[in-house]
Design a protein around this ligand. Structure first.
Ligand code: CU
Length: 330
C-alpha cells in the first residue's frame, strides 16, 4: 500500500470519496478525480488490472464503491456455508482465492450488510481460513434481499469495496425508509447530526453523542477511531465509509461528545447514515436518513422527533452482537 495514501486516507481521515480513501489533494474541490490521478503509473506495482500502460480511463474508477461484484481483477464470491454462517471468498485474476490482505482499521476484512430497503445494517469482521475462505456468524438477520459489502485492501494494493446481493427467503415486511432527521436514539443514547453533505464537495458532518441529556465525553476507540460512518445511497446502495477527522491519542482529538467527519457524496439523493461508536464496552449503531441536494440547492436534514431505527431489525440487535466476546474485536 502506498504509505502517503494510507496516511491521508486513514490516519488523518480528512476526506473520503465513495469507494476509496485517497489523498486529500486529489479529491477536494469540485473536480472529480480522474482515472489518471487515481490510477497513475507510480506506486501501484502490486495492482493487477488497471496499470496496463494505455492510460485508458477505468470505468470503475468513476463509480462509488460497492456497486460492483468484480473490480480491478478481484471478485466477491459467496460460498456454501452451514446454516447460521455466511462465507465468501475474494478471488483474484487467476480465479484463485486471495489470501494476502493489508490490515486497515485493525482488520483485514470489514463486512457490511444492509437490506436493499436500507434496514438491518450490520458491520462484522469475518475470520479467514488458510484457503482464503472468510467465515462469520451470519449477519443476514431475516428475509429479504441483502447487499453484502466486502471492504478490504488486497496485499500491496489499494482499498476496494465489492458488493453482492444475497437473498434470504421468507416473508417480506414492507419497511419504509424513516423520514430525514437530525437526531436519533439507540440504547438510551441520543445522537444528533449537524451538517449536510453536498454532492461534489467535501462537507463536514458532526455527530454528537449524549446519554440522559449528558454529553458523552469518554467514547472508546473502536477499530482505531471514535466513530465509523457508513453511508448508503437509496436506490442502488452505493457505499461510502468515512473515518473521523482525528484519531484517538493524536493529542488533539477528544473522546466525544462530538465526532467530526468530512464526507463527499457522489450525487444528490437520499442516503442512510450508520454511525458505529463504542461506549461502556459496547458498539452501537445510530442511523439517520439525510437528503443531499444538488449544488446550488438547499440541502435538507429536516428536524424531526428522535426516532428509533424504525426497522424490524433494529440497531440494538446489532449492537448486542457487536459486544459479544470474540465478535469483532479480535
Ligand atoms: Cu470493520
Amino acid at each position: 500500500m502506498n504509505t502517503a495514501t494510507k496516511l491521508s486516507g486513514f490516519a488523518l481521515g480528512l476526506a473520503a470519496v465513495f469507494g476509496a480513501a485517497y489523498g486529500v489533494g486529489q479529491v477536494t474541490g469540485p473536480v472529480a478525480p480522474t482515472a489518471e490521478t487515481r490510477h497513475d503509473d507510480t506506486g501501484h506495482a502490486g495492482e493487477t488490472s488497471h496499470d496496463d500502460g494505455t492510460g485508458h480511463a477505468d470505468e470503475a474508477a468513476h463509480l462509488p464503491g460497492g456497486l460492483l461484484v468484480s473490480e480491478r481483477g478481484h471478485t466477491l464470491r459467496p460460498v456454501a456455508a452451514p446454516a447460521g454462517q455466511f462465507a465468501f471468498q475474494i478471488t483474484g485474476t487467476d480465479g484463485a482465492p486471495v489470501t494476502a490482505y493489508e490490515v486497515a482499521h485493525d482488520k483485514r476484512m470489514h463486512l457490511i450488510v444492509a437490506r436493499r430497503d436500507l434496514s438491518g445494517f450490520r458491520h462484522v469482521h469475518p475470520e479467514m481460513s488458510p484457503d482464503g475462505t472468510w467465515r462469520v456468524d451470519s449477519p443476514l438477520a431475516g428475509p429479504g434481499v441483502w447487499r453484502v459489502f466486502a471492504d478490504f485492501t488486497p496485499g500491496g494494493g489499494e482499498p476496494l469495496t465489492l458488493g453482492v446481493d444475497v437473498t434470504v427467503p421468507g416473508v417480506l415486511t414492507d419497511r419504509p425508509l424513516p423520514a430525514p432527521a437530525t437526531s436519533t436514539t439507540v440504547d438510551g443514547y441520543t445522537v444528533t447530526l449537524a451538517g449536510t453533505p453536498q454532492p461534489g464537495r467535501t462537507s463536514e458532518l458532526t455527530l454528537t453523542v449524549s446519554r440522559d441529556g449528558v454529553p458523552v465525553t469518554d467514547l472508546e476507540p473502536y477499530l482505531g477511531a471514535y466513530g465509523h460512518l457508513v453511508a448508503l445511497r437509496q436506490g442502488d446502495l452505493a457505499y461510502l465509509h468515512v473515518h473521523p477527522d482525528g484519531a484517538p491519542g493524536d493529542g488533539r482529538t477528544r473522546p466525544g461528545p462530538e465526532v467530526t467527519f468530512f464526507a463527499e457524496v457522489p450525487s444528490a439523493g437520499t442516503y442512510r447514515l450508520f454511525l458505529d461508536f463504542q461506549h461502556d464496552g459496547v458498539v452501537r449503531t445510530a442511523e439517520f436518513t439525510i437528503v443531499a441536494a444538488a449544488a446550488g440547492g438547499t440541502a435538507t436534514a429536516v428536524p424531526a422527533a428522535p426516532t428509533p431505527t424504525g426497522t424490524s431489525a433494529p440497531a440494538p440487535t446489532g449492537a448486542a452482537d457487536h459486544g459479544t466476546p470474540g465478535h469483532g474485536h479480535d
